[in-house]
Structures are given as structure tokens and as C-alpha cells.
Design a protein around this ligand. Structure first.
Ligand SMILES: Cc1ncc(COP(=O)(O)O)c(C=O)c1O
Length: 474
């Protein structure tokens, strides 16, 4: 039987909204306090995909309508808790609580940055923050940029811009090639493939012992590519790599790209935020000479996803890389107009995610980024020292960032196997979330410290847990 109740009046009513909102705020506040202060909060209660699906199918099929807070309790109890001190998995931001409020404002206002009028404040805020970042990164006056939905989108946008700006004619596109570290994030290769760049023209440069690009190979590799008829138009630097957190020598790449007038793009999705840290910004020396860079706000800069700055240095960029013809949005498709951001991004409707970053910078100043980077990178180093002090554990490399790869070394068993079991048992235990990677073909545990409240004691308990699991399995 269809309801006769006026659902529009109910769903849009102020009373309905006010009834639910305080309950959700209360729920978040309680979970936040427990996550950051309890000695060992629950990080993950892992249900199998089948169990999880059954649970939601059952919930969905229930005839009774539900209260919002009851539903949200269910969502939270069936989700990973990124605010837990034991969350040391992938590079997901431990969001600042204020972004729960900015998210609500964003959702309600529903402004977007497509064309100026649809997000007047948002479009201007993007420009203000991008201008500020461009200056920090040492780009020239007049640098431009936008916010896009994620690092993958940012890398794709930069490569498309690089190709347009190269001036290479379309009939030669089949010869286009890029050069990039073999350790680069997969989104770079995927972006190149989306652009139709052939697999053997995505030239992977080997890395050295520090997992940074072997810059001494750049020239020889380039000459080889040219002799094979390839047209290299772009070289990509990593700051830092995803797997082990290694930084490429950006100065060496800048020298190389300037010599051959190649577009130099830096993937700073994770590590670009070190620009705020006096202690760690040396890791990206040379970035000021790049043509473009990306940095994810939703990694080290504590916002929800997806929110990525793409910034272009002045000089090589030809604007209007997309030149979209859309008379219903703007009259002149060729003019730059920063306030009509859809002209410059692959996206059309795009939320004003800049609101999170703008608010964070206005409430706390950019010192908050310096503190976050310093605390997390310092903690990464401290954790590495703790691993080194363990006689049955080894590091994949001395960490340069908050990403630490290590493994347990059994006396008489297969190391890969034991470490796979450790990952699985930690997941079943649920107090820590640790992931894994392969380094030079070997299986390693991978910890990324994203939570400034993940203290030494918490990491000591993790090591004890790993040793206990290993002792049972050896
Ligand atoms: C170095 C690097 N680049 C790009 C990306 C892709 O970013 P996103 O997940 O925002 O698309 C990641 C994600 O982890 C990354 O680590």
C-alpha cells in the first residue's frame, strides 16, 4: 500500500533535520574521543564480503522505516575506524573533526565549481588556496591551478595538459612517450593508457637502493627512445612513491627535463605536503622547477576525499587544453576564466571540496600541516628504529616518510608465508589495520602512520602482537 503521508513536507522539514543532527554529532564525538584516548580502540571488525552483503541485504529488505541515527550506528559498526590509533594501513586521512561539519555544509549548499555562478565562493576559494600553495611550492608569479577529484584525476589532467602544451601534432600522437619511475603510482600508467599512449612508450626508469629513480639513467634512456622514433613529451617525478614512500631526486629530473624541454610533472599526492615542514621540505627540493604538480588534501592534509590540488607553473602551459564548446555554460570557449573551472578540468559538476581546506587554513593556519607532517614522519622514523632494534625483524629500507615497510624474519620458516599469516591474523584480531606490499619480490608488512595520536606505546603493542602471532606459527 502506497503511503498517503506527504513525504516531501516531511523530508524537507526543519524539525526532521533538527531531530537527527544532534544525535549524529553526539555519535561522532563519542567515537572520536574513544578512538584517540582509549589505549586500544577497535580499528576493524572484519566481516567477509559475503557476510557484509547479507547484512545489508537483510537491512534493505526490512519493511520498517528506520531512524537515521540507528542506521548510522549500523554503518559505523560495519566500517573501518580511521580515527583509531591502531589504523596504520593505507594513506587515508584521519580527517579533522571540523570537516564533518564542512561536509554537511557542502552537502546542503550543493554548490559546485563548474561555472562561476554555481559556486561563486567555492571558485574564488580555490583560486586563493591554489595561489597560496603555488607560492609555497616556489612556482613563478602567475601560476594557475584547480582542485580536482583525486590524485588519479590530477595525474591524468596534468598529462593531458602536458601533451597539449607540447604542441605535438595529433598525427604524431602514436609516437608519444613518457618517462616515469618503475615505482610510480599506477595512476600515472593508467592515465597514459587512457590517453592512448602505447604500453612500450610508457618508459619505466629503474630505481636504486633508496627506491628513488636512478637519475643517471635518464639521459641514456631518453636517447634510446629517440633513436626508436619515440617522442618523449613528459617526465614524471614521485614525491613520494606509494609502496615504500621514496622521494625521487627532483633536482636531477628538473636538469634533465630542462635540457630536452620536456614537461616535468611531480606526483606529490602523498608527500607534497612536506612543503609545509621546515624539517622535511628538503625532500622535494627541485619541485619549484617543475611544470605541474599535484598534492592530495585528502591524504596528509586531513580532509575527506576526493580533493586534489593541481598546480601549473607559468611558462610551458598552454591554457584551454580542453577548450570545451558549451554555449549553455559560457560564450567564449577559448578564454582562460579561472572562475569557470570546468573549462580546465575533466570534470563538469565538481563539489567545492576546497571548503575543507580553506576552513582548516582559516581556523588553524598552515602550521597545522607542519605539525601533522613532522609528527607523522618523526613517528615513522621512530617506528623504524623500533623495528631495527628487533633481532627478528627487518626494514625494506630506511623510511623517508611515514610509510614503513618491514617484515618478521622467522628462524626456520618461509618469511613470505609467515608475514602473510601475520597480516591475516592482525586483521582477524581487529585492533590494528596493517597492509602489505611486495618489495623486490618479497612480501613486506606496510605501515603508514596517518594518525598523530598513534603513539610509541601503541606501536610497541603492535610489535608485541606481531611477535606473538609469529611465535605461534613458526
Ligand atoms: C603517489 C600517489 N599518486 C596518486 C595516487 C592516487 O590518488 P587518489 O587515490 O586520490 O586517486 C596515490 C594514492 O594512493 C598515490 O599514493
Amino acid at each position: 500500500m502506497k503511503t498517503t503521508e506527504n513525504l516531501m513536507n516531511k523530508a524537507y522539514s526543519q524539525e526532521e533535520f533538527k531531530k537527527d543532527a544532534p544525535k549524529l554529532i553526539d555519535m561522532i564525538s563519542k567515537e572520536l574521543a574513544a578512538s584517540l584516548t582509549k589505549e586500544m580502540p577497535e580499528t576493524i571488525k572484519r566481516y567477509s564480503p559475503e557476510e557484509q552483503l547479507r547484512f545489508w541485504q537483510e537491512d534493505f529488505s526490512s519493511a520498517a522505516l528506520v531512524e537515521l541515527s540507528v542506521l548510522m550506528e549500523k554503518v559505523m559498526s560495519h566500517s573501518i575506524n580511521f580515527h583509531s590509533k591502531g589504523y596504520v594501513g593505507h594513506q587515508v586521512a584521519v580527517t579533522l573533526p571540523v570537516t564533518a561539519l564542512t561536509s554537511a555544509m557542502m552537502a546542503y549548499m550543493n554548490n559546485c565549481t563548474t561555472v562561476y555562478e554555481l559556486g561563486m565562493a567555492g571558485n574564488a576559494m580555490e583560486k586563493v588556496v591554489i595561489d597560496c600553495l603555488a607560492e609555497k611550492f616556489g612556482y613563478n608569479k602567475g601560476a594557475t591551478g584547480f582542485v580536482v577529484s583525486g590524485g588519479s584525476m590530477g595525474n591524468l589532467t596534468a598529462l593531458v595538459t602536458a601533451r597539449t602544451s607540447s604542441g605535438i601534432e595529433e598525427q604524431n600522437y602514436y609516437r608519444l612517450a613518457i618517462m616515469v619511475s618503475e615505482e610510480a603510482h599506477y595512476s600515472v600508467e593508467r592515465a597514459a593508457k587512457i590517453m592512448g599512449i602505447r604500453s612500450d612508450n610508457i618508459i619505466k626508469i629503474p630505481v636504486g637502493n633508496d627506491f628513488g629513480i636512478r637519475s643517471e639513467l635518464l639521459e641514456r634512456t631518453y636517447q634510446q627512445a629517440v633513436s626508436e622514433g619515440k617522442i618523449v613529451f613528459c617526465v614524471v617525478g614521485c614525491a613520494c612513491t606509494t609502496s615504500v614512500g621514496a622521494f625521487d631526486n627532483l633536482e636531477a629530473i628538473a636538469d634533465f627535463s630542462e635540457r630536452h624541454q620536456l614537461w616535468f610533472h611531480v606526483d606529490g599526492a602523498h608527500g607534497g605536503a612536506v612543503i609545509f615542514s621546515e624539517k622535511y621540505k628538503h625532500l622535494i627540493k627541485g619541485i619549484e622547477r617543475s611544470d605541474s604538480l599535484i598534492v592530495d588534501f585528502h591524504k596528509m592534509m586531513m580532509t575527506p576525499p576526493l580533493s586534489t590540488a593541481i598546480i601549473y607553473n607559468t611558462g610551458n602551459r598552454k591554457v584551454n587544453e580542453f577548450s570545451p564548446k558549451a554555449a549553455y555554460l559560457w560564450q567564449d570557449q577559448l578564454s582562460e576564466e579561472w572562475w569557470n573551472s570546468a573549462k580546465h578540468t575533466l570534470e563538469c559538476t565538481k563539489p567545492i571540496t576546497i571548503l575543507h581546506t580553506y576552513v582548516i587554513m582559516r581556523l588553524y593556519g598552515d602550521d597545522i600541516y607542519q605539525q601533522n607532517v613532522d609528527m607523522l614522519f618523526d613517528r615513522g622514523k621512530q617506528f623504524a628504529e623500533m623495528i631495527t632494534a628487533e633481532k627478528n625483524m627487518e626494514l625494506a629500507m630506511e623510511p623517508k616518510s611515514n610509510i614503513v615497510c618491514f617484515r618478521y624474519l622467522p628462524k626456520n620458516a618461509d618469511a613470505d608465508k609467515i608475514n602473510q599469516i601475520i597480516t591475516q591474523k592482525l586483521l582477524e584480531d581487529g585492533s590494528y589495520y596493517v597492509v602489505s606490499t611486495r618489495v623486490r619480490g618479497k612480501y613486506y608488512l606496510r605501515v603508514t602512520i596517518m594518525n598523530p595520536f598513534t603513539d610509541k606505546a601503541c606501536l610497541e603493542r603492535l610489535i608485541v602482537k606481531i611477535k606473538e602471532i609469529a611465535a605461534k606459527e613458526e
